[in-house]
Design a protein around this ligand. Structure first.
Ligand SMILES: Cc1cc2nc3c(=O)[nH]c(=O)nc-3n(C[C@H](O)[C@H](O)[C@H](O)COP(=O)(O)O)c2cc1C
Length: 325
C-alpha cells in the first residue's frame, strides 16, 4: 500500500510502532521494520546517549530497513541529556524521529539539517497545527483511547482524526486504539495515511518484555484500563492492577491536595520490575483500551501481513461490494 507516510519514511506498509518505555528496544524496532513497517527504538529507555548509540548500532545488525527513534520530552526538574540523545540519533544515521511530550521546536534545526524526518505525536489539533508550523514532516494523532498519555482534552479518534484531516496539510497517522485491518481501513477513511500502534505491538513474539505482560494484555478487556494522575494534569492510561487501585485510592483520598510525591511508589521507576521481571502489581504501566481487541501473540511479520491482507479484503471485498450491489 502506498500513502504519503510510506513515501515519507521509505517503508512498505503504513504501520508505525510507537515509542514505548522499556519495550521499544532494538529487537522490536527491527522486527517491525523487517516486516515492512517503521519500528522505533525508545530513546530515553537507554540510560545515556552512549547507550542509545549502541542500541542504534545493534538495530543495524538486525535490520537493513529504515527504523527510527522516539524522543520523549518529559516535564522534569533535571532533564535528560537531550542534546546528547539528538547527536546520537544523527551520528547513528537514523532518518526518522518520533517526538512526543512537548514541542520539539528547539531540536528541529539540528534534525532537519541532518535530513531526519520528524513525526510529532500529539493529542490535539492545536498541537498538531503547531507541530506543522515548526516544520514537522508528519503527525501521529493520538486519540483518547490510547495507551500512555492521552492529554487532557479527552477527544476520541472518531472526532479527532477527521478534525485533523480538515486542518492539517502534512500527512498524519492514527494512533490510539489501532489493532487490526479494521483499524487501518477506518483510519484511512477518516483521513489518516497510516496507523501507529503501541499496545498491539507489546503482545508480539519479538517484544522484549516478560511473558506475564503479554498474557495480561491478551487477558484484558476494553474495560480494564484506568486513567491515573488526572489531578496532576499528567493523565496516563494504564492497565488496572493492585498498584493502580492503590494509586487511585490515594488520588480519591487526597483530592486536590495530591502531589507527585504521594504516588511516586506506584509510578516512578516501576517499568523494569514490570517489563523485565513480570511483577504485574508493581505499579502503573501504560496500556490502551485496544487490549480488548488483542487475543493472540503473533510475530510482528504475521501481525503486519495479516493486517495488510485483511485490509485489502475489506477495501476490495466488503466495501467495494457495497457499491457493486
Ligand atoms: C507500555 C507503553 C509505554 C509507552 N511509552 C511511551 C514513551 O516512552 N514515549 C511516547 O511517546 N509514547 C509512549 N507510549 C505511547 C505509544 O507510543 C502510543 O502512542 C500508544 O500506545 C498508542 O495507543 P495504543 O496503545 O492504543 O496503540 C507508550 C505506550 C505504552 C503502551
Amino acid at each position: 500500500m502506498k500513502t504519503r507516510i510510506t513515501e515519507l519514511f521509505g517503508i512498505e506498509h503504513p504501520i508505525i510502532q510507537g515509542g514505548m518505555h522499556f519495550v521499544g528496544l532494538a529487537d522490536l524496532a527491527a522486527a517491525v521494520s523487517n516486516a515492512g513497517g517503521l519500528g522505533l527504538i525508545t530513546g530515553l529507555t537507554q540510560r545515556t546517549p552512549e547507550d542509545l548509540a549502541k542500541e542504534i548500532a545493534r538495530c543495524r545488525t538486525l535490520t537493513d530497513k529504515p527504523f527510527g527513534v522516539n524522543l520523549t520530552f518529559l516535564p522534569s526538574v533535571t532533564p535528560p541529556d537531550y542534546p546528547g540523545y539528538v547527536k546520537a540519533i544523527i551520528d547513528g544515521g537514523v532518518k526518522a524521529v518520533e517526538t512526543a511530550g512537548n514541542n520539539p521546536a528547539k531540536w528541529m534545526p539540528m534534525l532537519k539539517e541532518a535530513g531526519v524526518k520528524v513525526i510529532h505525536k500529539c493529542t490535539s489539533v492545536r498541537h498538531a497545527l503547531k507541530a506543522e508550523s515548526i516544520g514537522c514532516d508528519a503527525i501521529s494523532v493520538d486519540g483518547f483511547e490510547c495507551g500512555g498519555h492521552p492529554g487532557e482534552d479527552d477527544i476520541p479518534n472518531f472526532i479527532l482524526l477527521p478534525r485533523a484531516a480538515d486542518e492539517l496539510k502534512v500527512p498524519f497517522v492514527a494512533s490510539g486504539g489501532m489493532a487490526d485491518a479494521r483499524s487501518l481501513v477506518a483510519a484511512l477513511a477518516l483521513g489518516a495515511e497510516g496507523m501507529n500502534m503501541g499496545t498491539r505491538f507489546m503482545a508480539t513474539v519479538e517484544a522484549p518484555i516478560h511473558e506475564n505482560v503479554k498474557r495480561a494484555i491478551v487477558a484484558a478487556s476494553e474495560l480494564d484500563t484506568r486513567l491515573v494522575m488526572r489531578p496532576l494534569r499528567n493523565t496516563e492510561r494504564v492497565l488496572v492492577n493492585a498498584g493502580v487501585e492503590r494509586l487511585l485510592e490515594k488520588e480519591k483520598a487526597l483530592g486536590a491536595d495530591l502531589k507527585f510525591e504521594d504516588i511516586i511508589g506506584e509510578v516512578a521507576g516501576v517499568y523494569p520490575a514490570i517489563m523485565q521481571r513480570g511483577e504485574m502489581d508493581a505499579g502503573a504501566w501504560s496500556c490502551g483500551m485496544v487490549a480488548g481487541l488483542i487475543h493472540d501473540i503473533p510475530t510482528c511479520k504475521d501481525l503486519i501481513d495479516r493486517i495488510m491482507s485483511e485490509a485489502t479484503a475489506i477495501i476490495r471485498g466488503r466495501l467495494g461490494g457495497l457499491l457493486d450491489s
